[in-house]
Design a protein around this ligand. Structure first.
Ligand code: GLN
Length: 529
């Protein structure tokens, strides 16, 4: 029978609940348990695919093509879990299915209500999506006290009672704010947040306290929390800020959180050995050499929108024992002020993106990298930009472009493929999820991957236009990987350059600290020469 950990957050948002869930999963997986994580999102959007990265951070894409919350990225990075469409659901999805059922007449004669119809739908989804696991961590998005998350919390209350203690527990994560005048961490917001949970009928079995300052969370503080929040002293876990997120499994394990959980669940598994995590943290903290990577993009104000990318670069740093100094450069800034911002940079990366803002600046950045032999990695839109630049500057196809940015261009080197042209519904028009590619031997791509068939995740509408393959290849562009039927270009590179490669997919979604992605590892290595 699956055991459940329900993870809630209080006091403020952005506490790192997702990371904590991922870190707990990492320790439990290390002990040999089959762990699953599920994220429940209180917003009404059916999926985050249509939300702006400015609002919601990155859209993470799973192998099965689900566009999800960025927390699912943390879950995959900390574990060997493969997230699927069942790993995340939103209020929008819950209501959509209940309303569809109502329209089909499945509740005939009844008044359809939040309790029990919405809550039953939530409980069903939780149970159905987690049956194969020994332990399932269910993370509820949002903050306790929000109107939106009430149906989720009520469902958890019911589930906890139905499953019984020993099979289901809840962990509540809160903040201990620091007051300078008192030189103290304050527990009152935590007490109030736990009280709010109790009003709903949920007792926190563990409290994980975040504190931003490097002040010890003393025994006295923990005792106070234990007393006021009605839980054993040893179940108050502390999470001071760590210098790298990958330290979190170690921090929680030091406080025996995994042991305490397994005791409650009455499960007997081998002890954890966190040496891999120790090594990862050691590399991140103690690498002496630094390499500076310029990421030229549109969402530079909000680095949350490049979460997986940042992490993949960190992983590549671990692999090469170097510190990564990320410099986010606005492509519009390059448009307006020229390529000065690219000076003193060891490698240039153009990430994925949508819309034509800043595109010309990105083209200038590729040109700069190509001509000055600076290691270059283009991802998704980054590959499309590299193709446009090559078409314009090398193949002399004047004003070549993607039809995404100029539908009337004379040379649409990037275009919507015919099979996609009649689709107009924005929610479902993209090539999404894992697709295989075949790599040509004797290419940089092959050197990097050391295999012929690979699988990578996609999220894009436009593709390399096959009508221009010939002319671009004649001008020296190398198409180093395609789809197995050779219809879609997956990777391009150029000769006589230390490292210039661009890919139509998103390799960053598959990188892990203990399994750095070869493309990023190769890119960072090239920047060190
Ligand atoms: N805007 C481009 C497309 O839709 C690239 C998308 C991306 O970079 N994820 O094809």
């Amino acid at each position: 029978m699956t055991k459940y950990i329900f993870m809630t957050g209080g006091v403020v948002s952005s506490l790192g609940k997702g990371l904590t869930s991922a870190a707990i999963a990492a320790i439990l997986e290390n002990r040999g348990l089959k762990v699953g994580i599920m994220k429940l999102d209180p917003y009404i959007n059916v999926d985050p695919g249509t939300m702006s990265p400015f609002q919601h951070g990155e859209v993470f894409v799973t192998d099965d093509g689900t566009e999800t919350d960025l927390d699912l990225g943390h879950y995959e990075r900390f574990t060997n879990l493969v997230m699927t469409k069942n790993s995340n659901f939103t209020t929008g999805q819950v209501y959509l299915s209940v309303i569809n059922r109502e329209r089909r007449g499945e509740y005939l004669g009844k008044t359809v209500q939040v309790i029990p119809h919405i809550t039953n739908e939530i409980k069903d989804r939780i149970i159905k999506g987690t049956q194969e696991f020994d332990i399932a961590i269910i993370e509820v998005g949002g903050t306790v006290g929000d109107i939106e998350s009430l149906p989720f919390l009520e469902s958890i209350r019911q589930l906890k009672r139905e499953l019984g203690y020993g099979n289901a527990i809840s962990i509540h994560m809160t903040l201990l704010p620091y007051l300078k005048a008192a030189n103290e961490l304050k527990t009152k917001p935590t007490q109030n947040s736990v009280r709010q949970l109790m009003q709903i009928g949920l007792q926190a079995d563990f409290i994980v306290c975040r504190a931003e300052v490097d002040i010890e969370i003393t025994r006295k503080i923990k005792e106070k929390i234990s007393l006021f929040c009605n839980l054993p002293y040893q179940n108050v876990i502390t999470a001071n800020d760590v210098s790298t997120i990958y330290e979190l499994p170690i921090l929680l394990h030091q406080q025996k959180l995994d042991e305490k959980l397994l005791t409650i669940f009455n499960l007997d598994y081998p002890l954890a050995d966190l040496q891999v995590w120790e090594d990862i943290v050691d590399k991140i903290k103690n690498s002496k050499v630094t390499t500076t990577i310029g990421v030229v993009g549109k969402y530079v104000e909000l680095t949350e929108s490049y979460k997986s990318l940042n992490e993949a670069l960190t992983h590549a740093g671990i692999k090469n024992s170097v510190k990564i100094n990320l410099k986010f450069i606005s492509s519009e800034d390059i448009e307006n002020n020229g390529i000065d911002a690219l000076k003193d940079i060891d490698g240039i990366l153009i990430p994925g993106g949508f819309g034509n803002r800043g595109v010309e600046g990105k083209i200038l950045a590729v040109k700069f990298a190509r001509e000055n032999k600076i290691p270059f990695l283009g991802i998704c839109l980054g590959m499309q930009i590299a193709v446009i630049e090559y078409a314009r500057d090398v193949a002399k196809l004047k004003d070549a472009n993607s039809t995404e940015f100029n539908s009337k261009t004379d040379y649409p080197v990037i275009d919507i493929m015919y099979s996609q042209k009649d689709i107009t519904d924005k929610g479902a028009t993209m090539r999404l999820g894992a697709y295989p590619s075949i790599i040509k031997e004797e290419t940089l791509a092959y050197n990097i991957y050391e295999q012929i068939e690979i699988s990578e995740r996609h999220r894009h509408r436009y593709e390399f236009n096959n009508g221009y393959r010939d002319i671009l290849e004649k001008n020296g562009l190398i198409i180093s990987a395609t789809s197995p039927d050779n219809q879609l270009v997956e990777m391009i590179e150029i000769k006589e350059h230390p490292f210039f490669i661009a890919v139509q997919f998103h390799p960053e979604f598959k990188s892990k600290p203990f399994l750095p992605h070869p493309l990023f590892a190769g890119f960072i290595k090239a920047t060190l020469k």
